[in-house]
Design a protein around this ligand. Structure first.
Ligand SMILES: [Zn+2]
Length: 430
């Protein structure tokens, strides 16, 4: 059983090896620098001989390279393997960034525990270590931003962890600041095999229970990856040798995927750069709209929101006054010794008119208030002091004009009447 040489030789992109076996499109080599899928890092792409490598998986029988077509070579032949440089380099930068993010989390989160990691990678449709959909395209563009748009697309990386700290906006932004500070500080990244007992005894080493099987399979030693002075983790993936190689890191989102986990998603490379430009642009747009400097946007937005709420309250009170005045302006009709206030009220909905009508009766301004509103299929509200049954009045109107409604002795309303509002008022006057 031969393991991939990639984790300890992450710079190798081309190598020669002897073919040990060919089974259809599955090829095992005497040695390989292809990284097989594992630990959240997707399998390398590339070529063996003239054939495309579409998958690489670790098996008990060694690392299996799956080709797009059965190869022309056979067991015993020597072949050249070429690891796709763009994709592998992207994976190394994204993967190492996850260690740096965890190191940042050590500094701001309480009760921290490691949960998992995954690089999404689209074209192969493979799934990452936790079975989440994997879809990341590590394309490299020309840097003009032509395809970076306003979103990060699918090119993202996730880190799951447990913590008792609420990752609110401030914590989220502080994590991003610390990650990029550690990148700027150009910390060396190294790896070494440690006896399992020693690694387990060090409480600064993060272990991932979901993905460490490969790391721990030998049981005698464990591979510990160190970001100098920043983070230590049991890990069998491929890494850059210095954090400066990672480039800018943009945090995209955080969520709670369940099992007490907190998930932070981030992007490196063009997707992250594009996302940051989009956010920067949005901040400047907001500042221009508000007429303030970008640093003053939060305070100005809060001030405008409070002002809007005050104005809404004031408008509501004024509309109530207008509605009360409209009802007071309606004709007073004497029916059986009771004063009915009857008329059309426009510009308000049935609930508003109903409330105003009840207030008028409660204030003993009238014995009955019957108001009609709305243009098509008008509504009617009836409020009384109890001498007239409001429900009976509405029932009489819906019998005559259609629509529906109902209510109790002191308040009732109907809607969807098939009549002009003035016809309904005329009926109420009778
Ligand atoms: Zn790693």
């Amino acid at each position: 059983m031969s393991e991939s040489l990639a984790p300890n030789n992450p710079g190798v992109r081309e190598f020669e090896a002897t073919v040990e076996s060919v089974d259809g499109t599955d090829v095992v080599l005497s040695e390989t620098y292809f990284y097989p899928e594992g630990g959240g890092q997707p399998a390398d792409r590339g070529t063996l001989g003239d054939e495309l490598v579409v998958d690489v998986q670790p098996t008990d029988g060694g690392v299996v390279h799956t080709l797009a077509e059965p190869p022309a070579f056979d067991a015993g032949d020597d072949v050249v393997g070429v690891v796709d440089d763009d994709f592998r380099t992207y994976c190394m930068r994204a993967h190492t960034a996850s260690h740096v993010l965890y190191g940042a989390a050590r500094r701001v989160l309480d009760g921290l525990g490691y949960g998992g990691f995954g690089i999404s990678a689209a074209p192969t449709g493979r799934r990452d270590s936790d079975g989440a959909d994997a879809d990341i395209d590590a394309d490299t563009d020309d840097g003009t931003g032509a395809d970076s748009g306003g979103t990060a697309g699918d090119e993202k990386v996730r880190v799951d962890f447990t913590t008792t700290t609420d990752v609110d906006d401030d914590v989220f932004v502080e994590l991003e600041r610390l990650v990029n500070r550690a990148v700027w500080d150009a910390r060396d990244v190294t790896w070494e095999e440690l006896p399992v007992e020693e690694a387990r005894g060090r409480d600064d080493v993060a272990f991932n229970t979901k993905t460490e099987e490969g790391v721990m399979s030998d049981a005698d030693t464990v591979r510990v990856v160190s970001v100098d002075g920043w983070d230590w983790a049991a890990c069998g993936g491929t890494h850059v040798s210095n954090t400066a190689e990672i480039g800018p890191v943009t945090l995209l989102d955080r969520s709670n995927p369940g099992e007490g986990m907190t998930r932070v998603e981030f992007a490196v490379g063009p997707a992250g750069i594009g996302r940051r430009a989009a956010v920067h642009g949005a901040a400047l747009d907001a500042a221009r709209e508000l007429g303030v400097a970008v640093d003053d946007v939060p305070a100005e937005a809060a001030r405008l929101r409070a002002e809007r709420d005050d104005l809404a309250d004031e408008l509501g009170a004024l509309r109530e006054e207008v509605l009360a005045a409209r009802l007071a302006d309606c004709d007073a009709v004497d029916r059986d010794g009771l004063t009915w206030r009857v008329g059309v009220v426009d510009g308000f909905d049935a609930n508003q008119v109903g409330d105003a009508a009840q207030r008028r009766v409660d204030d003993s301004a009238d014995d009955v208030v019957a108001a009609v509103g709305g243009d098509d299929a008008p509504f009617v509200v009836v409020a009384t002091d109890g001498d007239v049954d409001a429900g009976d009045v509405v029932d009489g109107l819906t019998d005559e004009f259609g629509g529906g409604g109902g209510g109790g002795p002191t308040f009732a309303q109907g809607g969807g009447l098939d009549a002009d509002p003035s016809d309904v008022v005329a009926a109420l006057r009778r």
